[in-house]
Design a protein around this ligand. Sequence first.
Ligand code: MF3
Ligand code: CO
Ligand code: CO
Length: 279
Amino acid sequence: MNYKKLKRKLRRLSTSRDFTSIKDQYAELYKIKLKDKEDIIGIKKAGKLTVDTLNLIEEHIKPGITTNEINSVAEAFTRKHNARSAPLHYHGFPKSVCTSVNNVVCHGIPDDTVLKDGDIVNVDVTPVLDGYFADASKTFFVGSPGKDAQKIVSVAKECLRLGVLQVKPGNRIGDIGYAIQTYAEGQGCSVVREYVGHGVGFEFHEPPQVPHFGQKAQGIPLVPGMVFTIEPMINLGKHNLHVLSDKWTAVTDDGSLSAQFEQTVLVTDGDVEILTPFD
Ligand code: MF3
Ligand code: CO
Ligand code: CO
C-alpha cells in the first residue's frame, strides 16, 4: 500500500468510533487481531493463572533450588489448572518456562543449575487456558542481592512501569520504547535490541512487535482492543548479546547482569489494563 493511501486510512481510523471497522483495518494494515470483550475475559483468566504461577514460584526461590525444579513446579501447577505451557515444544524449546540466570538475557533452559545466594533469576511463564495465551515474567533475587543485582532489577522493573504508563489510545508503539530507553540509558544501563514485546492472546507471538527502544510518536497508533506484552530486557553493561550453541540461551557479550520484567497489557478506551497484574 502506498504511503498516501496508508495515511488516508489512518486518518479515517483515528476518527472512527466503529470497533468493527477499526478491527478490519488493523487486521488488514498491520495483521493485528484486536480482542473483543469475550476474548479479554479469556486472556484475563490465563493472566490470573500466569500471576498465580509466578507467585507460587517465588515461594520456592531460595539458594539450593535448581532451575529444573522451578520448571517442575510451574508445569505441575499449570496442568492442575487444566492449562498447558506455551513454551513446551515451541519451535523446539524443551521446557515449560524460561529461567534466565544473571548474565542470561532471556530464553534460559531449565536444567541442573543450582541457584546460589546473590544470583538473580528471571522466570517467564506463558500458560494457554481455554485457547487463550497470557505472558509475564519477573526477575527474582536468590537469597540476598548484591549492589549490582539490586540496581539492574530495580531499573528493569521501573522500565516496565514507565513503558506501561505510555499505553493509551492515541499514543504510538514508539512512545513505549522511547520512555524505556530514555530511563534505562539515563541510569547507565542498556536496552536489548534483539528481542521485543509482541501481540499475544490468540497465539504466543502475534503482531505487532513492541521494541523497548525507539522514538516518540513513531509507529502504529494504539487503539482499544490491542493486547500485547511489554518486556524490557535491561543490561548493566552493553546491550550486545549472543546466543549459545543450544540455540536458545541469550547471554550478554560483556558478561554483565541482565534483568527483565514482562506484563501482558490491554489498551482500553481510557488508557491501559494489565491482564497479568503483579506489583
Ligand atoms: N516468553 C517469551 C516471551 O516473552 C518467549 C519464550 S519462547 C520459548 O516472548 F520458546 F523460549 F519459550
Ligand atoms: Co513475551
Ligand atoms: Co514471556
